[in-house]
Design a protein. Structure first.
Length: 266
């Protein structure tokens, strides 16, 4: 399923999207299907699956630890694509990884492997938009969305390029720094949501961990919330993981739905 289709479906139902991240293969490839299934049961609309890389510069300690567990469990790009292909889901799947792995595999092969395994979008935190033309082209040829980041520090020039070229959704970084759970929603988040003027769906990530925060983000005008560290933290603890993933996903999805029904104020 294409990301665009999912957002159109959610818009018709007047719901905010829940985009749930876990690292594929954390702690082993066998766990991934069980955990993804739990997230979908809880209401996740899009699943973002990390492809483990040894130097994840955009990720905080929680996701770094999850990536290391996946690497220790034997995760490789070949195993990753086999694992994703086995999921057989009817919702969009997104890969988040670093450019070194894409370049090493070959841009065209990577994009074709994504398409063959059911992946609809690619997120590459360490690839500047100004250097993404080649990957953007192979993504277009294989009907894969290349998803870009917009941060509070993004210049107008760069933002204009991102909004022109980005497809699927625009990934709004809620605060500066790396990924990780926060106890509050930064005041600058609403300003960023309002600043990014586009018909492409806007999804906010970095720091969201509960239903109240999800509702605040959607209420402020975002189309979706992206949650990773809170789910990866559950996996790290290793107890009742599927049940807890499902419960947190349900709470976050309920917040995303409630946010659409409320006034756009914090």
């Amino acid at each position: 399923m294409r990301i665009e289709e999912k957002f159109k479906e959610l818009k018709a139902r007047k719901e905010g999207a829940l985009i749930a991240y876990i690292c594929a293969g954390d702690p082993t490839p066998l766990n991934t299907k069980e955990y993804v299934t739990a997230l979908v049961r809880g209401g996740a609309d899009i699943i973002e699956l990390g492809l483990a890389f040894s130097d994840p510069v955009a990720d905080g300690p929680t996701i770094q630890a999850g990536i290391q567990r996946a690497l220790d469990g034997g995760m490789t790009p070949d195993i990753y694509f086999r694992t994703i292909a086995s999921l057989k889901l009817h919702i969009p799947l997104v890969v988040m990884t670093y450019y070194n792995l894409i370049f090493k595999r070959g841009l065209e092969k990577f994009a074709k492997d994504c398409a063959a395994s059911g992946i609809s979008g690619i997120i590459v935190p360490d690839l500047p938009p100004e250097e993404s033309d080649e990957l953007q082209q192979v993504c277009k040829e294989n009907e894969i969305d290349l998803i870009y980041f917009v941060a509070p520090t993004t210049t107008e020039e760069r933002m204009n390029r991102i909004l022109k070229e980005g497809t699927g959704f625009i990934y709004l970084v809620a605060r500066l720094g790396v990924t990780g759970v926060r106890s509050d929603v930064a005041g600058s988040t609403r300003e960023l949501i309002e600043r990014v003027k586009t018909s492409t769906p806007k999804a906010v990530g970095f720091g969201i961990s509960n239903g109240k925060q999800a509702a605040q983000i959607i209420r402020a005008g975002a189309d979706g919330v992206i949650v990773g560290s809170a789910f990866v933290d559950i996996i790290a603890k290793g107890k009742d993981v599927p049940a807890l993933l499902e419960a947190l996903a349900r709470e976050l999805k309920q917040g995303a739905v409630a946010g659409k029904k409320e006034n756009r104020t914090f």
